[in-house]
Design a protein around this ligand. Structure first.
Ligand SMILES: [Fe+2]
Length: 135
């Protein structure tokens, strides 16, 4: 069973962003599945690296639109992105060095953060961008 199941309540009403969010959901589900199956460190590292890279790229897309359309809540939104990137980077460092393993708690943190961020913070920009013609 996937950790996160996509449904319409995740939609921000912008196709490009919804597709990127779906990819993030699927990477977190893949990582969770790999952890539960007891896959080796190389396999977990590969998925984790992809998740980190895709997250950075995705935040870049959102922030590009914030700048392009002068989104008024850009600063506080970007702060949430930065805090998450720093948290995940420190987790990845501990994982790479063997100090910390992937666990249900770590996966739950990633899953909760993404769902809360999309449904709380990201959904706020949907109507704003829609009025700018971004759909
Ligand atoms: Fe965001």
């Amino acid at each position: 069973m996937p950790l996160i199941k996509w449904n319409d309540s995740f939609s921000v009403n912008i196709v490009e962003i919804d597709l990127q969010h779906q990819k993030l959901v699927s990477l977190i589900n893949d990582l969770n599945q790999a952890m539960l199956q007891g896959m080796g460190k190389v396999a977990l590292t590969n998925i984790l690296n992809e998740l980190v890279a895709y997250t950075v790229n995705h935040f870049g897309t959102e922030e590009k639109y914030f700048a392009q359309y002068k989104y008024p809540d850009s600063d506080s939104h970007k702060k949430e992105h930065l805090a998450f990137v720093e948290k995940v980077a420190s987790f990845k460092k501990d994982f790479d060095s063997g100090k910390l393993g992937l666990s249900i708690e770590v996966m739950q943190f990633l899953s909760d953060w993404l769902q809360n961020h999309i449904k709380g913070t990201d959904k706020k920009y949907g109507p704003f961008f829609n009025t700018k013609g971004l759909k």
